[in-house]
Design a protein around this ligand. Structure first.
Ligand SMILES: *Cc1c(COP(=O)(O)O)cnc(C)c1O
Length: 366
C-alpha cells in the first residue's frame, strides 16, 4: 500500500560552495562529517508509512520521555556509495541491507519498511548529495539508515510511532593506516549476544553492551574484541562489529572457514559476498564452528595461516595477533596474508567498478 510513496524533495536553499565542501571532505575519517541533507519517513499505528521527505541535515527535537531514550527501540544499517571512473555512482547490494533491516525490525517489535522504500530513500539522498561521494581509492559515501521509537511515554511496550531516517557521511579508511593487521582480545568475561537474544539484529543495544569489553581490550593493549559464545565461552563468533574468516593451508588448495550463523551472530553482507567470491576462486569454503583451542593449536602447527575480519565499514582487516587471559599468539607472520588480500581486492574491485559485476551486486543510482 505504501510502496510507491514519493519522497518530497525540499533541498537546502543555501548549499555549500564547492570549496567549502572540498575542505570538509579532506581527510574525513569515519562518521565525523555529514552531507547537507537527510531523509525522514514517519510511521504510526493506523497510518503506516507516511510523510517521506528529503530536507537539509538538521538536529532533531526530542521529548525527554521519548521511548527510545529509555528502552532502546533503535536499529540501523550501514552501506556505501562508490563513485566509478565513468562518473556513475552505485551502492552495493542495498536490497540485502533493506531485508536485514526488516529482520532487525521484527526482532525489536518495530514496523518493517518496504524494501523498495528503503532503497529509494538511500537513492534519493545519494542523488541529492552526489557531490559528496568521494572518488579517491578506499573512499566512499557511507550511508546510515536507522529507525527509532518516537512515542512519548514511560510505559514499557512497543512504541506506536517511529521515525526512519537516512544520513550520509563521506568516509576514508575505517581503521587509520589502511589495511593494517589488528590485535584482538578474546573476551571471556563479557558476551555480545546469547541464544534467544538480539545478536542477529543490527540494534543499538548490542553496541551499547559491547563498549565495556572494547574498553577492556584497549586496556590489554588490543585493538579489537573477539566475541565468544555465551554458553561455553569457547566458540568464536565475531570481532567487534565485523564477521571473522579463518584460512587453512595456502595456495589454490586453501580452505576458508567462517563461523556459521547460529542466531547470535550478525549476518554480514560482506561475509555472504566473500563466501561467493571465495567459491568463485575455487577455494573450499565452509560455514562451521571453530573454538579458541582450534585457533591456538592451528596457528601453532601452521594449519591456520590467515585470519581476517570483514564488514562494510572496514571491508577486510587482517587479524595479526590474539590475546586472552591465559595465552597469546601471532597469526601467521602477523601481517596481511595473500588470501586475505586477494579476497579484499576481488570485493573492492567489484564495488569500485574495476572488475565485472558478475553477481549483479551493484545498484546504479546516478
Ligand atoms: C554490521 C555488522 C557486521 C557486518 O555486516 P556487513 O553487512 O558486512 O557490514 C558484522 N557484525 C556486526 C555485529 C555488525 O553490526
Amino acid at each position: 500500500m505504501t510502496t510507491s510513496m514519493t519522497i518530497d524533495l525540499k533541498p537546502t536553499a543555501t548549499p555549500l560552495s564547492d570549496d567549502e565542501r572540498a575542505a570538509r571532505m579532506t581527510n574525513p575519517g569515519f562518521g565525523r562529517v555529514f552531507t547537507e541533507h537527510m531523509v525522514t519517513i514517519r510511521w504510526s499505528e493506523g497510518r503506516g508509512w507516511h510523510d517521506a521527505q528529503l530536507t537539509p541535515y538538521a538536529s532533531l527535537d526530542i521529548d525527554p520521555a521519548n521511548m527510545t531514550l529509555h528502552y532502546g527501540q533503535s536499529i540501523f544499517e550501514g552501506l556505501k556509495a562508490y563513485r566509478h571512473a565513468d562518473g556513475s555512482i552505485v551502492t552495493f547490494r542495498p536490497e540485502e541491507n533493506a531485508k536485514r533491516f526488516q529482520a532487525s525490525a521484527r526482532r525489536l517489535a518495530m514496523p518493517e519498511i518496504p524494501v523498495e522504500l528503503f532503497v529509494e530513500a538511500c537513492d534519493a539522498l545519494v542523488k541529492q548529495d552526489r557531490a559528496w561521494v568521494p572518488g579517491a581509492e578506499e573512499q566512499s559515501l557511507y550511508l546510515r539508515p536507522f529507525m527509532f521509537a518516537t512515542e512519548v511515554g514511560l510505559g514499557v511496550r512497543p512504541s506506536n510511532e517511529f521515525l526512519f531516517m537516512v544520513i550520509a557521511s563521506p568516509a576514508g579508511a575505517y581503521f587509520a593506516g589502511g589495511v593494517k593487521p589488528v590485535s584482538v582480545w578474546l573476551s571471556k568475561e563479557y558476551v555480545r549476544a546469547a541464544p534467544g537474544g538480539t545478536g542477529a539484529a543490527k540494534c543499538a543495544g548490542n553496541y551499547a553492551a559491547s563498549l565495556v569489553a572494547q574498553a577492556q581490550a584497549a586496556e590489554q593493549g588490543c585493538d579489537q574484541v573477539v566475541w565468544l559464545d555465551a554458553n561455553e565461552r569457547r566458540w568464536i563468533e565475531e570481532m567487534g562489529g565485523m564477521n571473522l574468516y579463518f584460512v587453512q593451508g595456502s595456495g589454490p588448495g586453501a580452505r576458508i572457514l567462517t563461523p556459521s550463523l547460529t542466531g547470535s551472530l550478525l549476518p554480514g553482507i560482506t561475509r555472504a559476498s566473500l563466501l561467493r567470491l571465495a567459491e568463485d576462486r575455487g577455494y573450499a569454503v565452509e560455514e562451521g564452528k571453530i573454538s579458541v583451542e582450534d585457533w591456538q593449536a592451528g596457528t601453532a602447527d601452521g594449519s591456520i595461516t590467515e585470519v581476517f575480519a570483514c564488514g562494510t565499514a572496514a571491508v577486510i582487516t587482517p587479524v595479526g595477533s590474539v590475546k586472552s587471559t591465559d595465552a597469546s599468539w601471532t597469526v601467521g607472520d602477523g601481517g596481511a596474508g595473500p588470501v586475505t588480500m586477494e579476497l579484499r581486492k576481488a570485493l573492492t574491485d567489484i564495488q569500485t567498478g574495476n572488475a565485472a559485476d558478475t553477481h549483479d551486486w551493484l545498484h546504479k543510482i546516478v
